[in-house]
Design a protein around this ligand. Structure first.
Ligand code: SAH
Length: 400
């Protein structure tokens, strides 16, 4: 990799329009195409460039892609050469996680959370001794072998697998990519989360295989469900359900539209020694399921749907879907019950989500109070300089 040894100062310079260096100096990693005054001649899309202010002052290093509205993303602020900065960011990311988890109880974690770890376009999840990477930009794609080399050195995994299947890749001029990047091939894995065991099927599962961002909410719900009847909507492989079982729930029903996910959910019950009653795993559309059940059948309802708004244009339609879903749950939950409602859509922000829940509660005719607000788990840091990195929001509601 000749690039690795190329000192940053020899990179082509990308000049910003006057005043547009401000957000870079404030450590925001995105540069929109409108902020760029001049593109250097010798710079391919995906390549690295030095970023300079209109007055020629050097402000950092970024990789570029002219076809995207976010035309450059910074990997280094200030003078540190980009490869050293990336190595430092990876090192910091790994070191942070070592302080967050007891490895005897939790072996699945997000090791790299994109911009939140100073590495735009890169997600790395760790499942026991296997790493799963998701690359969403051309710039990171070009840096792949360097990233791999550093990750292997820092973590010494048994295998590194790529699962890059996000829509953003198409805007970048990339297509989906999946496959082994390093080490020995592997099958379904078993991970530990807070002492519970879960099967993770990296290759066939959704996202990188497990929804790590909800770890803290699963743990909180475990403490609240003792003796109560729990409906886990959008259950996937039964994360919340297994925690609810350990929390002593009287009954746990898992609903998901994917039969494959529910089979894994049943397997995860067995893996932890909990009985899995087949009728408590329901393959159904959660909206239809909620419409059909009697009121008061469940004391706790969990709503953790996939993103209903994948693009900005989807927001109005998504808002209606979130509202309907919440209205149904708030109508059906037993008096004195709890509803945990979540949205993982970037485009539905805290304020809008609050308004949606307000309207749903009003239409349900129930008195609803917020007990807890939560974002993503500790291993999904958000840079204060890049609030766009927050996507998940959850409200724990008490329903009179
Ligand atoms: N709460 C889970 C993650 C949920 S992911 C956990 O902690 O692991 C979202 C899930 O919703 C996926 O499993 C998907 O199959 C399911 N899903 C999507 N649309 C659905 C619908 N309309 N009704 C029921 N499940 C749906």
């Amino acid at each position: 990799m000749p690039q690795k040894h190329r000192p940053g100062c020899q990179l082509p310079a990308l000049q910003l329009r006057p005043g547009r260096e401000k957000s870079v100096l404030q450590r925001h990693p995105w540069i929109f195409s409108g902020a760029i005054a001049a593109w250097p001649d010798r710079l391919d899309d995906g390549g690295l460039a030095a970023v300079v202010a209109a007055d020629g002052r050097h402000v950092g290093y970024a990789y570029v892609n002219r076809r995207c509205s976010i035309a450059a993303r910074l990997v280094a602020f200030g003078d540190t050469d980009p490869h050293t900065a990336i190595r430092n960011s990876l090192q910091r990311a790994v070191a942070l996680r070592q302080t967050l988890f007891d490895a005897r109880r939790t072996t699945a974690l997000r090791l790299v959370n994109g911009e939140g770890d100073g590495l735009p376009g890169l997600i790395v999840d760790r499942y026991a001794d296997v790493l799963v990477c998701q690359i969403s930009t051309l710039g990171m794609e070009r840096l792949k072998s360097f990233l791999l080399e550093v990750l292997v050195e820092l973590v010494q995994p048994r295998a590194v697998y790529e699962k890059s299947d996000v829509a953003a890749r198409y805007e970048e001029g990339l297509t989906d990519a999946a496959g082994l990047l390093y080490g020995q091939d592997f099958g379904p894995l078993v991970i530990l989360e807070n002492g519970l065991r879960f099967h993770v099927d990296v290759k066939r599962g959704q996202k990188t295989g497990f929804f790590l961002d909800q770890r803290d909410m699963r743990a909180l719900m475990e403490t609240l469900v003792g003796g109560r009847r729990v409906l886990n909507g959008f259950a996937y492989t039964g994360g919340f359900s297994v925690y609810a079982r350990r929390g002593g729930a009287a009954r746990v029903v898992s609903v998901d539209s994917s039969g494959g996910a529910l089979r894994l959910a049943q397997g995860n019950h067995a893996l932890n020694g909990f009985p899995s009653v087949p009728e408590d795993f329901v393959e159904a559309d959660m909206f239809a399921y909620l419409r059909e059940i009697a009121s008061g059948l469940f004391d706790v309802i969990i709503l953790d749907p996939p993103s209903f708004a994948r693009k900005k244009d989807d927001v109005v339609r998504a808002g209606r879907a979130y509202k309907d879903l919440n209205r149904l749950a708030l109508t059906k939950v037993a008096p004195g019950g709890l509803v945990l409602t979540c949205s993982c859509s970037h485009f539905v922000d805290d304020k809008l989500f609050g308004q949606i829940v307000f309207q749903a509660a009003y239409e349900a005719g129930r008195n609803v109070r917020i007990l807890h607000r939560h974002r993503q788990a500790l291993d999904h840091p958000i840079s204060v300089f890049h609030p766009e990195g927050g996507y998940l929001k959850s409200l724990l509601l008490s329903v009179d």
